[in-house]
Design a protein around this ligand. Sequence first.
Ligand code: NDP
Length: 330
Amino acid sequence: MFDAIQIDKSEEGQSVTLTQVSPDALPEGDVLVDVAYSTLNYKDALAITGASPVVRSFPMVPGIDFSGIVAESAHPDFKAGDRVVLNGWGVGEKHWGGLAGQARVKGDWLVPLPDGISLKQAMAIGTAGYTAMLCVMALDRQGVTPEKGEIVVTGAAGGVGSVAVALLAKRGYQVAAVTGRTSETDYLTGLGASSIVDRAELSAPGRPLGKERWAGAVDVAGSTVLANVLAAIKYRGAVAACGLAAGMDLPASVAPFILRGVTLVGVDSVMCPREERMEAWRLLAEELDLDKLDSMITEVPMDKVIETAPLFLEGKIRGRIVVPVAPDLA
Ligand code: NDP
């Protein structure tokens, strides 16, 4: 038996408990992993609080991420003892996830953990950090180089935002960090932000086109914030949009696209093809400054996961939450 967070649903509604689960109850899969670390992302908070219908079947073990050691494998690419990381693929939504002592998954979903990243660092990065790298890769593909000008990152003090700021700064970009918490200015400049923008500047409906301020953007907010970011992107710039922290709508006009040739690139981490996620993890191992990553981490033990989740929805989480499930495995 091992510890697991479990979400159940009945006529009275959703309930979440820290419970004991038998390995026999695990779903099908060709690889069994002993989970060392998991993490909390915004989506895990939606699942645990029930604020959004993220979970598709019950009972469900949440946790869209985990890192751990392969215990048993019938998959040709993995053997017992391998260090692996998993992000997405519907794990923690429709297939039992990482907030448990063990997980049984498809080997095709696993990425071998690159040398130089510990099991704990893998979850400090987590889906948030891997998505931040997908956003940076998307801007790079659009030709947004550091000489083109400053990049704006919204939700900068959150998980995706923090890693995006650190990665962009490391690549030599000037980074404008948008935050609703200007009290986090020292944290953000420590990650490499060159300027801080008060979120209030971007939260009210604005004009279809504004002053050209930024060469590119990583946006976790959506809604009016994304509309205002688009209106302030320089000629032929690009915006990587991955989140909805401000809302799922997009009250924008086509003006930035047809008058400035701006590109809006959608970024999805969940079903991202294996080759691209391997590349993202390779680049994270190569480029992410691990001291900066350390400054983002708050550890939350399994018995505090349920009470921590609502803090995401209140915008109170700074950086990344790491959940040590069985840290002695590392
Ligand atoms: P966090 O909660 O860690 O960060 C979100 C940040 O957004 C907050 O810390 C806050 O930063 C900012 N924020 C909160 N409310 C608002 C608001 N009303 N308007 C503008 N900004 C706001 O979450 P994550 O970093 O884990 O995820 C961020 C978003 O990205 C989520 O919407 C998540 O669902 C999405 N996501 C999408 C993925 C994909 O595959 N497409 C993968 C991973 C995440 P501050 O206080 O600095 O302003």
